[in-house]
Design a protein around this ligand. Sequence first.
Ligand code: DHB
Length: 391
Amino acid sequence: MRTQVGIVGGGPAGLLLSHLLHLEGIASVVLERRSREDLETTVRAGVLEYGTAELLKEVGVGERMEREGSVHHGIELRFDGLGHRIDFADLTDGLSITIYGQQEVVKDLIRTRLETGGQILFDSEAESVHDLDTDSPKVRFLADGEEEEISCDYVAGCDGFLGVCRPAVPERARTEYTRTYPFGWFGILVEGPPSTKELIYTLHDRGFALVSTRSPEIQRLYFQCDPHDDTEEWSDARIWDELSARLATRDGWELTDGKIFQKDIVQMRSFVCEPMQYGRLFLAGDAAHIVPPTGAKGMNLAVADVRVLARALIEFYGSGDTELLDAYSETCLRRVWRAQRFSWWMTSMLHRFDRSDPFQLKVQQAELDYVTSSRAAATTIAENYVGAALG
Ligand code: DHB
């Protein structure tokens, strides 16, 4: 099999890249190890930066997002029993975020690609990539137990943190930067009405909690937990007690509960691989970097990477010029590191690292007091959260 761009991984990065290339007449094949149903139903992140939502609209995959997604103009930071609003619209000249699940973006991209003749090979597991330093790299994959091969001009490694693309870069040619955190996020999906109009991020003596949403009927909540916790050990009653304790306010705010229908634990890690390119292999999204979820940056970074990559490939196929491809890694890494800094900072400010250290809690509360009372400091949260400050 031969194509112009071989795309390993059918998450938001791989699918969006395939769509952006298609709009300019560039052929690609997307290889995805999971089934279509699996991809479309796995619940992940849900916050789209302003620029991410705008891009999806511009390239014709934003119609359902505009109908069913929810535009938010601020978030609440809650600590010491009081809530404080960060007003994005006021602090960033009217920008906003859109709440729309990653799996909904994936559904929209799959439908659009298939309607326009796109080739997405589901249940096809990439095994290895070869000849990256030649002008005809190859991807070997397994489909229905048979080994097959795609040869192409370029390979886009959009196959996530555990994929085969990053390890195909020789160790001597890459540097990896990692930080792990001593906690995870316990996430629940709830059938029931929302408790608030906007997301609430809270720091409490017992740890972090976050109230988010997916739709008027489905809510998404998280709380800091032990990364080795087992979801089975958390009864519904225990979960609601913990969330209520962490979200309590001095004026008696009450969390609206509902029917919990899914529980999961998200691991917390910061990771960057440099450079994001080797020969004719370009890494994008989680294959190249992971952020802890606190700043809601993961999917947004993946989208930003493939936007840069699509532009560079379009330039190459139009003029033969590789200037943008050569600059790919450097261009992406600037945004990646800015988003890493923001995600690390939000994580550090909002979690309990050591519950036996009351001094640390007081300093974190003072920092939250500062960012919610100084317009300059509040602006740094707002412009990073909506994505305007990331480059
Ligand atoms: C959600 C996830 C995040 O990481 C975040 O910071 C905010 C919201 C969510 O899944 O809704």
